[in-house]
Design a protein around this ligand. Structure first.
Ligand SMILES: *[C@@H]1O[C@H](CO)[C@@H](O)[C@H](O)[C@H]1NC(C)=O
Ligand SMILES: *[C@@H]1O[C@H](CO)[C@@H](O)[C@H](O)[C@H]1NC(C)=O
Ligand SMILES: *[C@@H]1O[C@H](CO)[C@@H](O)[C@H](O)[C@H]1NC(C)=O
Ligand SMILES: *[C@@H]1O[C@H](CO)[C@@H](O)[C@H](O)[C@H]1NC(C)=O
Ligand SMILES: *[C@@H]1O[C@H](CO)[C@@H](O)[C@H](O)[C@H]1NC(C)=O
Ligand SMILES: *[C@@H]1O[C@H](CO)[C@@H](O)[C@H](O)[C@H]1NC(C)=O
Length: 609
């Protein structure tokens, strides 16, 4: 049996156990305590919602209800074991199973679009890369919002509330792999360096000495300046994933004023009246399935939408808050007309480029994937060790690199730099010790190393729109990948750079050349590289921007600098929807600190615009 199938069996068996033993997580709205008055209802239990629900419920006098459409994460083996992360999507019980609309610049291809459908949201199913983004990204958010509170210097202390740096479980000395003084031990999310070494590690690091001008070493990409290549920090600790659920929610279920309701989908916000001349929406309608009965749940103070950059705009639109004419045409009565809701969707396009390696033991993931005995032995090692050790206790990528297209590149003669400034990269490398394909192609015979190339400052943008007024219909997701000259140019640049990286002297005898589906791509030809890119691009699952933050008077934005939905009373958005531009990073870290600050803003109650 393929290991994914065996894993699903294990996961289901353990999940069934968790459902019967976990009593603090409610499985049905009918089980909500009668007569309890919630102050806040938080919709969506990813890094945004879990963080806010935790911080608001620190005050025992504040009642908080957190609602998650997916199941509890507890006891799900593939969520706990870092190496099994890639098994969690697509099309599992922990995934919304979304796809994009046909992408024009990708030959009309439809791209699979995983989003977390489980307590912890996408932080329960992601590949756990921990990157804070750049000083310039945060400073641009402060500038756009007209609120210096979003600047790098103001936000940096919030990382201390999130991060708990833990040592790797193989006990290796981490000197030279991280700048410890910029990190904290006081937060809730465990962050670690790799727990197991890959044979390619020393070569990837040596490349920064072979080719230091193009690929400099960066001791710690979380300093505000990520440019360069260094060791990956990941959201796991002691060999176990640290998600928004396992860090911010599950250890706090003892709080009598925090209720968590899973397996329950919010279907719309309900207008409850008017306040300050604006419609107020202090209730949310929920259902367990398209055929089950509905419940309307009230919040005395606020509804906080943290359903993510796809489902947050969907829910606003289902509630009559969005582009008026579009809503009207679907039979939804527009209550608040804002044509920007669901627009400005931006995501990072990714291509996996495969190279051959000279020895089977250099290819970790395929060696394990092809050998059931080895797979079982490594899982057993994970289970038998505490803290967990071995390859299964490790994330999938031990190095990450962030690079800029040089200032003297001819592209800048015709294109304006879409990045937010000199500390923001244009493209990323993410290494995988084995075969990976953006199309989900299974590994062919042979041994591989894959460099994922990602455009992290794309200038293309698309939209999320409703397919119908039925809340159980998936929305139309159009990231509009490679819509601009810059994006295809940056991707071409990144793919060629990946090949140059692996041609450094240190890889002699290790890398055998381009391989697998990438084998015959002629890197000297723009057309050949672009053809490869258009045929291969998929997402790295970083959608943002569909309810973007703007200054008080900015009518092209959706939320104000305190993340309140403009033109509405009682609703805030705390997730990646609010980012005015896409962070040049894996955005979970940015969502956590936005949520930490949002919790402070909610507690302090600054006056609305
Ligand atoms: C909750 O959802 C999960 C996954 O969809 C499902 O397996 C489980 O049966 C559900 N639990 C209940 C009590 O409905
Ligand atoms: C996604 O697909 C899986 C496998 O078919 C299914 O179990 C799960 O319920 C689906 N998720 C949703 C949100 O429908
Ligand atoms: C983080 O690690 C500590 C021990 O270092 C452990 O007690 C805690 O449960 C871990 N947290 C999570 C969320 O895994
Ligand atoms: C919710 O349930 C009520 C009856 O309890 C019904 O009148 C209403 O139409 C339902 N709403 C939806 C969207 O199904
Ligand atoms: C599979 O792995 C086991 C355990 O490491 C090893 O003994 C065996 O030789 C491997 N089989 C093959 C075909 O490589
Ligand atoms: C770019 O996107 C716009 C808006 O969706 C579309 O009209 C145009 O055809 C797209 N062009 C390409 C090359 O994808």
């Amino acid at each position: 049996m393929h290991h994914a199938d065996r894993l699903a069996t294990v996961a289901c068996a353990v999940l069934a156990l968790a459902v019967t033993t976990s009593s603090a997580v409610l499985l049905n709205p009918a089980d909500l305590p009668a007569h309890k008055q919630y102050d806040y209802i938080v919709v969506g239990a990813g890094p945004g919602g879990s963080t806010v629900a935790n911080r608001l419920s620190e005050d025992p006098h504040i009642n908080v209800l957190l609602i998650e459409a997916g199941p509890s994460d507890e006891g799900v083996l593939a969520i706990e074991v870092p190496f099994l992360a890639s098994q969690l999507q697509p099309n599992t019980p922990y995934d919304w199973n979304y796809t994009t609309t046909p992408q024009q610049a990708l030959n009309g291809r439809v791209v699979s679009y995983a989003r977390g459908h489980v307590l912890g949201g996408s932080s329960s199913i992601n590949l756990m890369v921990w990157t804070r983004s750049s000083r310039d990204d945060f400073n641009s958010y402060a500038a756009v919002a007209g609120d210096p509170g979003w600047s790098w210097d103001s936000i940096e202390p919030y990382f201390s509330k999130v991060e708990h740096i833990v040592p790797p479980t193989d006990g290796h000395n981490t000197a030279g792999e991280i700048a410890p003084h910029i990190h904290s031990h006081h937060g809730y999310v465990n962050i670690t360096l790799p727990n197991a070494k890959f044979p390619s590690d020393s070569h990837a690091i040596a490349t920064t000495q072979d080719l230091p001008d193009e690929f400099p070493f960066n001791l710690d990409s979380n300093s505000g300046n990520p440019i360069g290549l260094g060791w990956t920090q990941g959201t796991y600790g002691n060999g176990r994933r640290s998600s928004a659920a396992s860090s911010y929610i599950n250890p706090f279920l003892y709080r009598a004023n925090l209720d968590v309701l899973v397996n329950t989908t919010a279907t719309k916000l309900v207008q409850t009246g008017h306040a300050n001349g604006r419609p107020a929406f202090r209730a949310v309608e929920v259902k367990q399935s398209s055929t089950s009965r509905n419940y309307t749940l009230h919040a005395a103070t606020e509804i906080i939408l943290s359903a993510g950059a796809i489902n947050t705009p969907k829910l606003l639109m289902l509630s009559g808050i969005g582009p008026g004419p579009q809503l009207h045409s679907l039979g939804i009565a527009p209550i608040v007309d804002n044509s920007h809701i669901g627009q400005h969707l931006v995501d990072h396009p990714r291509v996996s480029n495969q190279f051959g390696v000279s020895r089977p033991e250099y290819d970790i993931t395929d060696t394990i994937g092809r050998n059931t005995t080895l797979f079982d032995a490594l899982l057993q090692e994970w289970q038998d060790t505490q803290p967990h050790r071995g390859f299964f206790a490790n994330g999938g990528s031990n190095q990450v690199g962030w690079f800029r297209i040089p200032q003297d590149d001819p592209i800048w003669d015709t294109v304006k730099d879409p990045s937010t400034g000199p500390t923001s990269p244009h493209y990323e490398f993410l290494f995988r010790p084995g075969f990976a394909s953006t199309l989900g192609t299974p590994a062919p015979p042979g041994n591989f190393l894959t460099v994922n190339t990602v455009v992290v400052a794309p200038s293309s943008s698309g939209s999320v729109t409703l397919a119908s007024a039925d809340p159980f219909d998936p929305p139309l997701i159009d990231p509009n990948f490679l819509n601009t000259t810059f994006d295809i140019y940056a991707l071409r640049t990144a793919i060629r750079a990946a090949a140059r990286f692996l041609s450094a002297p240190t890889w002699e005898g290790f890398i055998t050349g381009q391989a697998g589906p990438f084998a015959d791509v002629d890197l000297s030809s723009d057309d050949a590289v672009d053809t490869w890119a258009r045929a291969q691009v998929s997402t790295i699952w970083h959608p943002v921007g569909t309810a973007r933050m703007g200054a008080c008077g900015d009518e092209t934005s959706v939320v104000d600098p305190d993340l309140r939905v403009k033109g509405v009373e009682g609703v805030r958005v705390v997730d990646a929807s609010v980012f005015p531009t896409i962070p040049a990073a894996h955005p979970q870290a940015v969502v956590y600190v936005f949520a930490e600050r949002a919790a402070d803003l909610i507690k302090h109650g600054r006056p609305a615009c």
